[in-house]
Design a binder for this molecule. Sequence first.
Ligand SMILES: [Cu+2]
Length: 144
Amino acid sequence: MTPFSMYRRALLLAAVIGVPALALAETPATPGASVYFINLKDGDAVTSPFKVQFGLSGMGVAPAGVEKPKTGHHHLIIDTTLSSEELKQPIQADAKHIHFGGGQTETTVTLPPGQHSLQLVLGDWSHIPFDPPIMSPVITITVK
Ligand SMILES: [Cu+2]
């Protein structure tokens, strides 16, 4: 099968299952863009519930569903990381993968006492990480 006919099959499949064809592709990252925790750093100790502020440099924040160049929305990944396969797909939504599709830049997190890892991953309008991914280092915090 030629690459072109494979592409046509992918478009057809996307039409059949109702996914916009563009959602199948990752959005190129803006060179130099980064996400980071504003108010937390690796090794911090906090009392739950605690505030988490999301920093973004080199790009803008836009709500999910709004396809605007050089923008994305934040995702807070708790006690897990995304595999290389997961970094190419829409980020799942559950207690460990929190979407801020409204364009929020901070949240309040409640976690049980103990050590927890946190990471920020920027997603495009369709919740897919950028290529290459724009994500913070994983930090470990202790909830007292
Ligand atoms: Cu999302």
